[in-house]
Design a protein around this ligand. Structure first.
Ligand SMILES: [Fe+2]
Length: 173
C-alpha cells in the first residue's frame, strides 16, 4: 500500500477519533490521488508549452490557469495526508508507481487531441475520486477525508467542463 511504504515516518501522537488503520488507509488513498494529480499537472504544463494552432492563445492561457489550480490542490492533498499522521509522497518515482494516468513521452498531439486527453485524464481522476469518497465514508468512517475528496472531485469536474467546452466548439464548426 502507498502510505504504508513510509510507516517509519508516521506520527502516532494523533488522538482524533480514528484508529491508525483508518488513518493509514485514508493517507494511502490521498497519496494515490496526489500521484495522479502530479501526472496531470505535468501533462497540463507540457501542453501549455507545446500547444499550437488557431486556439493557441486561449488554450495556452487556460492550461496555465489549470496547472496553477492543480498546484494549489496538490498542496492541500499532501497536507491532508500529514494531518492523518502520514508522510506525503514527494518523488517522481513514487508518483509514477502509484499514478493510474499514463504519460506519452516524446509525443505532442494536435491541440484538440491535447484537450481531449486532458478531459479524459480529469474524468479518470473523477471516477477514482467517486470511489474514494464512498470508501472513506462507508468503510473507513473518515467523514473529513470523504468530504475533502468530494470537494476535490468537484474541482476536477469544473476543470473538465472548461476543457470539454473547446471540444464542443470544434464539433459545431
Ligand atoms: Fe508559461
Amino acid at each position: 500500500m502507498a502510505a504504508q511504504k513510509q510507516n517509519q515516518n508516521k506520527d502516532d501522537r494523533l488522538n482524533i477519533g480514528l484508529e491508525d488503520k483508518q488513518r493509514s488507509a485514508s493517507a494511502d488513498i490521498l497519496n494515490r490521488v496526489l500521484s495522479d494529480q502530479h501526472v496531470l499537472y505535468i501533462k497540463t504544463r507540457k501542453y501549455h508549452w507545446n500547444v499550437t494552432g488557431r486556439n493557441f492563445y486561449s488554450l495556452h492561457e487556460l492550461m496555465e490557469k489549470q496547472y496553477d489550480q492543480l498546484a494549489l490542490s496538490i498542496d492541500e492533498v499532501a497536507e491532508r495526508s500529514r494531518s492523518m499522521g502520514y508522510p506525503a509522497f514527494g518523488t517522481m518515482e513514487e508518483f509514477g508507481e502509484f499514478a493510474t494516468l499514463k504519460e506519452e513521452p516524446g509525443v505532442n498531439p494536435a491541440a484538440m487531441q491535447m484537450v481531449a486527453n486532458l478531459v479524459s485524464d480529469h474524468e479518470q481522476v473523477i471516477r477514482n475520486l467517486r470511489g474514494f469518497v464512498d470508501q472513506t465514508a462507508d468503510e473507513l468512517h473518515d467523514q473529513g477525508t470523504s468530504d475533502f475528496l468530494t470537494g476535490l472531485m468537484e474541482e476536477h469536474e469544473k476543470m473538465a467542463w472548461m476543457l470539454r467546452a473547446f471540444l464542443e466548439d470544434e464539433q459545431n464548426v
